[in-house]
Design a protein around this ligand. Structure first.
Ligand SMILES: Cc1ncc(C[n+]2csc(CCOP(=O)(O)OP(=O)(O)O)c2C)c(N)n1
Ligand SMILES: [Mg+2]
Length: 277
């Protein structure tokens, strides 16, 4: 359980991540803002309370690995990595600013802290399965965390990876499903329903917890209790809100890939106090 002081601090910091993400998308005039905002709390708790890493030595062999399998949500990851010291915060201004930027619309390994190029849905998770197998083969203690979209659960490759992870007893692997109920153009249950999701993962041999993905205490507790079942990989189904923290974007399908206009920014600024771009 987080103390009140810890909870207040982490809540404030996660809100700052969101504010910066909104600024980045506005400056660039592009970005998957809704999908970035739903995972800001998950990322902030992972990097603040859970994962082992040295920002000055991003390739430290014992580090925990994070694969953002829903790579399009990368704006919040970029902000998190900058705030945790992987690179200067000034670099955030280069998000989607030119063709050869280090901070593109999907994460690439050329940026410190990024483990793999991701964005083709169904891939990052399976890279994570492979990394977890390597850790086991080399008797290393690091953990592998991978964040998936709920729509991404419609990809067949996810279920091949899930089956493999259980078969190889990868209890060093933790998947987090960002259960925001939306995908590109509609609600997930309208496009192709994935329920009963917890039972599906469980039947594939995973330990499962369903939590509120914006409740920092629940996130912290869930991460601290992995593996949920000895010898099995763990999945956290995190119920979230797409666009969380930006009222005009919350639960709005059109904010899947959208940036605020300058006029909208002024409105948001009044509401959230973002300051100059
Ligand atoms: C293999 C593949 N097919 C299609 C896309 C295009 N695409 C990008 S985001 C997205 C929707 C993802 O929805 P979800 O997994 O729920 O993530 P969310 O945006 O809600 O975070 C799609 C289809 C892709 N990136 N990769
Ligand atoms: Mg989704």
């Amino acid at each position: 359980m987080l103390t009140d002081g810890e909870l207040n601090k982490l809540t404030h910091e996660a809100a700052e991540v969101r504010k910066e993400a909104i600024k980045m998308a506005t400056r660039a005039g592009t970005g998957h803002l809704g999908p970035a905002l739903s995972i800001a709390d998950i990322l902030w708790i992972l990097y603040s309370r859970v994962m082992k890493y040295h920002p000055q030595d991003p390739s430290w062999p014992e580090r925990d690995r994070l694969l953002l399998s829903k790579g399009h949500g990368c704006i919040s990851l970029y902000v998190t990595l900058a705030k945790k010291g992987f690179f200067e915060e000034e670099l955030l201004k280069s998000y989607c600013a030119k063709v050869d930027t280090l901070l593109g619309g999907h994460p690439e390994r050329k940026l410190p802290g990024i483990e793999a190029n991701t964005g083709s849905l169904g891939h990052g998770f399976n890279i994570g399965v492979g990394m977890s197998m390597v850790a086991k083969a080399e008797q290393k203690n690091y953990k592998v965390f991978t964040i998936l979209g709920d729509g991404e659960n419609q990809e067949g490759s996810i279920w091949e990876g899930a089956m493999s992870a259980a078969h190889y007893q990868l209890d060093n692997l933790v998947a987090i499903v960002d259960r925001n109920n939306l995908q590109v153009s509609n609600f997930v249950n309208k496009v192709m329903g994935i329920e009963p999701l917890a039972e599906k993962w469980s039947s594939f041999g995973w330990g499962v917890k369903v939590i509120d993905g914006h409740d920092l205490n629940q996130l912290d507790e869930a991460f601290k209790s992995v593996p949920f079942i000895e010898g099995k990989p763990s999945v956290i189904i995190a119920n979230t809100v797409k666009g969380k923290g930006l009222p005009m974007a919350e639960n709005k399908v059109e904010w899947h890939h959208k940036a605020p206009s300058l006029q909208e920014y002024q409105e948001i600024d009044k509401e959230l106090g973002l300051g100059d771009l």
